[in-house]
Ligand binder design. Structure first.
Ligand code: SF4
Length: 391
């Protein structure tokens, strides 16, 4: 289901990812990610097929340990989809997964978690070597929720610049290692930040293909609107060579991410843009799209329950983040007014970066409401701005 963007595209270099080309005028490739347990081979192969049939040019899978590497080998055997792997904290898994995938994504903000004494440059050199030896492309995937600490220190108070500079630095390191099969992503849950970060990066490095994404966009329709707000602007400016729409959906509807991605591309081509002037002025729920790491099957249901429970507060400018696991949950909820992330049997709740506690699934919703009421009451008492006040 290729699409050609009618607007002028940036003349990036071409990056081959298996049989999919990213950049250099190739159709914008739509990607997605499996939300099944990677160790459940049948379910993951089925979802890979579901996504590929919907038009996914690249399908990403999370691999965190040796058992999942074993599962990946079998998944690779059973599918001809173009596969990418998402490395989180343990970048050393790259050597084990490289032979079975076409692209490896690493997050510069997670490299310091293992082999703490080893210079970042050496880690990147090793990753470039693995990618070269296993015929993989690399995505340098930076994220506002997990910017490398040294860049946050270098750009105090300017998280966006820290994010962009971190991506530029890693690009330069890759080139120092003579490795150019690199795609970059700069993601956040705020569409405006995604637009700003990608524009800054594209200006500095117009030659490097960009993978666009709004993280934790949440459930449709809000998740689609947030994603469109960013993608429409960037694609219309010729920025973006591959896209991923991250939506919180049950597993049997995961292919909708790919369909939405193709629809956005087609709409931009034909000059159809959305206009929702008041969007983003009230309650904002961000929710991860879930993946193999999700710690409880009830996560998608929990995200839907949070939305239902908080409808009464629509007009208040409060951000609630709902995340599926302990890997990204704590960091990605830091900027929210209220954050929840799943553990196996409890849900962690925090307010403005401070953890309140871990509650079982039955208790966490009333507790969330209590905290939300408290925020609204405090703001009313201090005259702090809510969406209603601002309108
Ligand atoms: S927060 Fe966790 S479960 Fe959700 S998409 Fe990210 S890694 Fe997967």
């Amino acid at each position: 289901m290729p699409s050609d963007i009618a607007t002028p595209r940036r003349p990036t270099r071409a990056v081959r990812v298996g049989t999919t080309q990213i950049g250099a005028g190739a159709p914008v490739a739509v990607q997605s990610m499996c939300a099944t347990k990677t160790r459940d081979i049948d379910a993951t192969v089925a979802q890979t097929t579901q996504l590929k049939h919907a038009g996914a040019g690249v399908v990403r899978i999370a691999v965190d340990n040796d058992k999942e590497v074993e599962a990946l080998k079998e998944i690779r055997r059973q599918t001809d989809a173009v596969l990418a792997v998402d490395l989180q904290e343990n970048y050393r898994l790259a050597a084990k997964v490289g032979p079975y995938v076409d692209k490896i994504r690493y997050n510069p903000g997670h490299l310091h978690h293992v082999e703490r004494g080893k210079p970042i440059r050496d880690k990147v050199a090793w990753l470039a070597g693995v990618a070269r030896d296993t015929d993989c492309a690399i995505r340098i995937g930076v994220n506002c929720g997990s910017v490398a600490p040294e860049f946050l220190e270098r750009y105090p108070g300017d998280q966006l610049e820290a994010l962009v500079q971190s991506a530029l630095y890693h690009c330069a390191l890759m080139e120092e290692m003579d490795f150019e099969r690199v795609v970059v992503s700069l993601k956040d849950s705020d569409p405006e930040k995604v637009v700003a970060a990608n524009r800054r990066f594209a200006q500095a490095r117009p030659d490097v293909p960009l993978h666009l994404g709004v993280t934790e966009a949440g459930m449709p329709p809000e998740g689609i609107i947030k994603t469109r707000l960013a993608f429409e602007k960037l694609l219309a400016e010729g920025i973006g060579d591959t896209i991923r729409v991250s939506l919180t959906l049950p597993n049997d509807r995961k292919h909708e991410e790919v369909e939405v991605g193709h629809r956005i591309i087609a709409d931009v081509e034909q000059g159809r843009f959305i206009s929702i002037p008041d969007f983003g002025q009230g309650l904002n729920i961000i929710a991860c799209p879930s993946c193999s790491r999700v710690e409880n099957e009830s996560f998608v249901e929990l995200a839907a329950q949070v939305r239902e429970l908080t409808r009464y507060a629509q007009q208040h400018r409060v951000t609630i983040a709902v995340m599926g696991c302990r890997v990204n949950g704590p960091g990605e909820t830091d900027d929210a007014d209220l954050g929840l992330w799943c553990g196996p049997s409890t849900v962690n709740l925090k307010r403005k970066g401070v953890k309140i506690g871990a509650f079982n699934y039955q208790v966490v919703l009333p507790r969330l409401r209590q905290e939300l009421d408290r925020i609204i009451a405090e703001r009313a008492a201090t005259g702090a701005q809510s969406a209603t006040d601002a309108a």
